[in-house]
Design a protein around this ligand. Structure first.
Ligand SMILES: NC(=O)c1ccc[n+]([C@@H]2O[C@H](COP(=O)([O-])OP(=O)(O)OC[C@H]3O[C@@H](n4cnc5c(N)ncnc54)[C@H](OP(=O)(O)O)[C@@H]3O)[C@@H](O)[C@H]2O)c1
Length: 248
């Protein structure tokens, strides 16, 4: 296979289910090979890989890795690059999300939320940068509208996502001109799997201009746009929130 006919390769973190899985499907349908990273959801990751490999043989591999092992992230990058000898796109999608009321915040929560939502994207980007540079590749960070407008009751998560927005802009400068770095900020796309959120579903939709929740495909297509669309975009965050951030 020549350089021209070789499929480009995307590494997606936390891609066994939900938004990450849909993004993997969309990027795969666009012709990319996929490195599907997961942690606990090995069965789901393997099922998705089998589904996509049935569409195009040997186009998806899975890698299990706990992103809290920050010092070992270079191993993840090496393993990912070894699959097809290249990485063209890194999507930092994995996340932990739960409330941390101010009077109960502790360092365990801090280390967990900051590690997965901020440290891992930074150090995985660092570890992947030499591979991305070779292919003039790009990084897409999945941030959150609450990185700009903190979510009440979720201060550490909001701080982490605010940091990820800053990281997106900072790395866009640091890794230019070879690597573009952008972010996608979802609004209400898929309700989190935490009970505390159920009571506020309708309230959030009422405050969203389009009066409905979005679909993971909205995020996936935006990631694909940032990867394949105009290559003069870097350091930008695109809100995919149905107009949620237009109002208070
Ligand atoms: N859902 C929404 O409406 C919404 C709104 C705003 C922003 N976002 C952002 O969009 C992205 C995707 O959202 P989502 O709701 O689909 O995410 P999610 O289900 O909360 O998490 C995605 C994956 O992150 C992985 N993960 C968590 N801790 C990990 C660790 N220590 N090591 C490795 N992987 C770990 C999990 O993998 P395993 O299952 O394999 O353990 C999980 O499946 C996230 O960055 C989120 O913050 C989502």
């Amino acid at each position: 296979m020549t350089e021209q006919t070789m499929n480009r390769v995307a590494l997606l973190t936390g891609a066994a289910k939900r938004i990450g899985a849909e993004t993997a499907r969309v990027l795969h349908a666009s012709g990319m090979n996929i490195i599907l990273h997961h942690n606990a959801s090995a069965d789901l990751a393997n099922a998705l890989a089998a589904e996509l490999n049935a569409v195009r043989a040997e186009s998806v591999v899975t890698i299990g890795f706990d992103l809290k092992q920050i010092e070992r992230l270079p191993e993840l990058a090496e393993k990912a690059a070894a699959a097809w000898g290249r990485i063209d796109l890194l999507v930092n999608n994995a996340s932990t999300f739960y409330p941390t009321e101010m009077d109960q915040i502790d360092l365990t929560q801090w280390h967990d939320l900051i590690a997965v939502n901020l440290q891992a994207p930074l150090f995985l980007s660092q570890a992947c940068s030499r591979f991305l540079r070779e292919k003039s590749g790009s990084i897409v960070n999945i941030v959150d509208i609450h990185g700009d407008r903190p979510l009440k009751g979720y201060p550490i998560y909001s701080i982490a996502k605010a940091g990820l927005i800053a990281m997106t802009k900072s790395l866009a400068r640091e890794l230019a001109p070879e690597i573009r770095v952008n972010g996608v900020a979802p609004g209400a796309i898929m309700w989190p799997e935490v009970e505390a959120y159920e009571a506020v579903h309708q309230e959030i939709i009422d405050r969203t201009a389009l009066k409905r929740e979005g679909h993971p495909n909205d995020i996936a297509k935006t990631v694909q746009f940032l990867c394949d669309g105009p290559d003069y975009i870097t350091g930008q965050i695109i809100a995919v929130d149905g107009g949620r951030t237009l109002s208070n």
